[in-house]
Design a protein around this ligand. Structure first.
Ligand SMILES: [Zn+2]
Length: 185
């Protein structure tokens, strides 16, 4: 399962192999932004000014904090709810009656444009994850150099790494080496 807010949190690239490369904020990379907007069918070709960047990084820090808290057994607290409601209030909703082949529908959409629309989409996606109970399945990769956020779709919620072939394997090798070192002592 894919969620825009999880993709958004993963806009920070970290050197998961732990070779000492500095992490990269891909929000600052035009190519990453273009593919992100394209994937989620949002307005393409948006420029990013300093103000937009500030708002996006604020949202990312907030959602990262909540995700960390939930992933380590905590909950979304009162303060978080207030902040989420603040975001909701910043984006007015327009309702439209639509008749389609399946019948009548009331369609909700936002009047926001540009990055405000992107922020609205991210916040709404997060809130849906919360309402639908998906949040408890969201995890942070157990490799401390990686910290990739992912949705654990396994039956018993047992996934520890973003990718078993990459981080999973790396950690296995590290544990193996660690054991060997211990044995030599
Ligand atoms: Zn990982």
């Amino acid at each position: 399962m894919e969620f825009i807010w999880i993709d958004f949190l993963n806009s920070i690239w970290r050197d998961w192999r732990g070779t000492g490369k500095p992490s990269r904020d891909r929000l600052l990379e035009a190519e990453w932004r273009a593919s992100f907007l394209n994937k989620w069918e949002l307005e393409s070709g948006l420029d990013l000014n300093e103000e937009d960047f500030k708002h996006l990084t604020q949202l990312r820090a907030f959602l990262s904090r909540v995700t960390e808290s939930v992933a380590s057994g905590g909950d979304v607290d009162e303060k978080d709810i207030l902040l989420l409601n603040d975001y909701l209030q910043q984006s007015p909703v327009v309702r439209e009656l639509v008749k389609s082949e399946d019948g009548w529908r009331l369609v909700f959409s936002t009047t926001q444009k540009g990055w405000s629309r992107v922020i609205e989409a991210i916040v709404t996606s997060f809130i849906h994850s919360l309402i639908e109970g998906h949040l408890s399945r969201v995890k942070i990769c157990d490799n401390k150099d990686c910290l990739w956020v992912f949705y654990d779709a396994t039956k018993n919620h047992s996934k520890r790494y973003c990718d078993d072939k990459m981080c999973g394997n790396l950690m296995k090798v590290r544990r193996f080496r660690e054991r060997k070192k211990q044995q030599k002592k």
